[in-house]
Design a protein around this ligand. Structure first.
Ligand code: ATP
Ligand code: MG
Length: 428
């Protein structure tokens, strides 16, 4: 941004010139005077008075080198106090783009920001600098967007608005408040929007694939295979499987949105998780046998009561054990362990461990996203929709519990959930 000379009133300039001329005159006359030393001292004294009396312009020069909190902008600091009360990052600049005051939120969001330094040093956003320049030129306000990708992805909507502090709409001098930069954090809104777009794209893709297959078989049955009973039987079986897949997908999507809708209402029924786990494992016994997997249960005989929604907890246990069987098949064994926890609060821990191929570290943080699959083809072959763990995560969150995933390639995976539950709860 351009450096402009300090704006000084003409009267002040004249007074300054006159004072300096007077001092020069005295200095010139000093050798001829009767008391030369006294005259020189008088001249120096006058010079000191002149320097002290004229207000110093260029707040910047006066305070250079000072960081974060500098002296109040409007004398008594009222404006600074107002800015500090605003929770969104807000920065006051002079007309060269020098930061006069940033509030706490601004310094927290942009640690490189310093009072008395150009705002461009602390916030590297060409879009915002261009907007400030537009306001400096003539615009009353301008908008910009800041999008950072590193170290974390974040974004801000920025508004730069000129202040009307000077009388008669005059331009304020350099070093005086000129414009305010308001920043609104839009990181979450953008992320949600991106998720929504992804979600619609994923959901329609997942539905389109089986639908295309069904339509293809219908065409074949109407044409080439019209009189081929053997082909008809085979094709109908495939169509049924695809239609079931679509039905399951829609059912999963509906239950996800139902859980989301009730996320703020925690469940209230006491449920014996030990009993529930045993019955889910019984039901999955057939699948385990088919895959050559042994289910090893280490579940206490006594009731392990948690406060929960029985149907939702069945879905959690079903999906974790089913994943262990499906994806950890090569390990030949899935262990289901349950115990009480005391710290940080009373609860019940359920760990489902398999000895299959494990999951690479880069997938772990994303496994609970809708439709996210570590191995898309394997999951599809297994009839999975990639929604299972998203449902698990939502249910556990609604139960005010926690889900942890621990996995190492080649060693298998452990999915652990901890649900709040008191020892003395009545059993159901
Ligand atoms: N025990 C496991 N071992 C290895 N990979 C796993 C395991 N559990 C889950 N995964 C990976 O995580 C992905 C997501 O699992 P999730 O349960 O959400 O979906 P899915 O099983 O594919 O579909 P659905 O649960 O709807 O049938 C799986 O596709 C798989 O790649
Ligand atoms: Mg699953």
């Amino acid at each position: 941004m351009r450096e402009e000379p300090a704006a000084v009133s003409p009267g002040l300039v004249l007074a300054r010139i006159a004072a300096i001329l007077l001092i020069l005159g005295i200095l010139l006359l000093a050798p001829g005077s009767r008391y030369p030393m006294l005259t020189v001292l008088l001249a120096l004294l006058l010079l000191l008075i002149v320097l002290a009396a004229f207000p110093r312009h260029g707040h910047l020069a006066a305070n250079r080198g000072e960081t974060a909190r500098s002296e109040p902008v409007l004398g008594d600091g009222r404006l600074n106090a107002v800015l500090d009360a605003i929770s969104a990052p807000t920065v006051l600049i002079d007309r060269r783009g020098i930061v006069m005051h940033g509030n706490a939120a601004a310094f927290a969001a942009f640690p490189g920001l310093r009072n008395d330094h150009p705002v461009a040093f602390g916030i590297r956003a060409p879009d915002m600098i261009a907007a400030i320049e537009a306001v400096v030129r003539s615009e009353p306000e301008a908008h910009a967007t800041i999008i950072d990708r590193v170290p974390v992805e974040r974004s801000f909507d920025v508004l730069i608005r000129r202040l009307a502090l000077e009388p008669d709409g005059r331009r304020p001098p350099v070093g005086a408040p000129f414009a305010m930069i308001f920043m609104q954090d839009t990181t979450d809104a953008r992320r949600l929007e991106a998720m929504r777009v992804d979600f619609v794209a994923n959901a329609s893709h997942e539905l389109r694939t089986p639908l295309a297959s069904i339509l293809g078989f219908i065409e074949t049955l109407q044409g080439a295979a019209r009189n081929d009973p053997q082909a008809r039987t085979a094709f109908l079986a495939i169509m049924e499987a695809q239609a079931r897949r679509m039905a399951r997908l829609i059912e999963d999507l509906l239950s996800l949105s139902k859980i989301e809708l009730s996320a703020h209402i925690p469940p209230s029924d006491p449920v014996d998780l030990a009993l529930l786990v045993r019955s889910v494992c019984d039901a999955l016994g057939g699948l385990a046998r088919d895959r050559g997997v042994t289910l090893v249960l280490d579940v206490p005989e006594a009731p392990m009561v948690v406060i929960g929604d029985r149907d939702e907890l069945v879905r959690v246990v079903e999906n974790l054990v089913e994943n262990g069987i499906k994806y950890g098949q090569s390990g030949g064994r899935v262990e289901i362990r349950m115990s009480r926890t005391d710290a940080p609060e009373e609860g019940v821990l359920l760990a489902v461990r398999d000895f299959g191929p494990g999951i690479a570290a880069e997938h772990l943080p994303r496994l609970t996203e809708r439709f996210y699959r570590a191995d898309v083809n394997e999951s599809r072959d297994q009839g999975g929709t990639g929604l299972g763990l998203a449902i698990v995560k939502h249910i556990v969150t609604r139960h005010r519990g926690r889900l942890a995933i621990d996995s190492r390639l080649g060693e298998g995976s452990t999915f652990t959930i901890i649900l709040p539950g008191k020892r003395d709860l009545p059993e159901t």
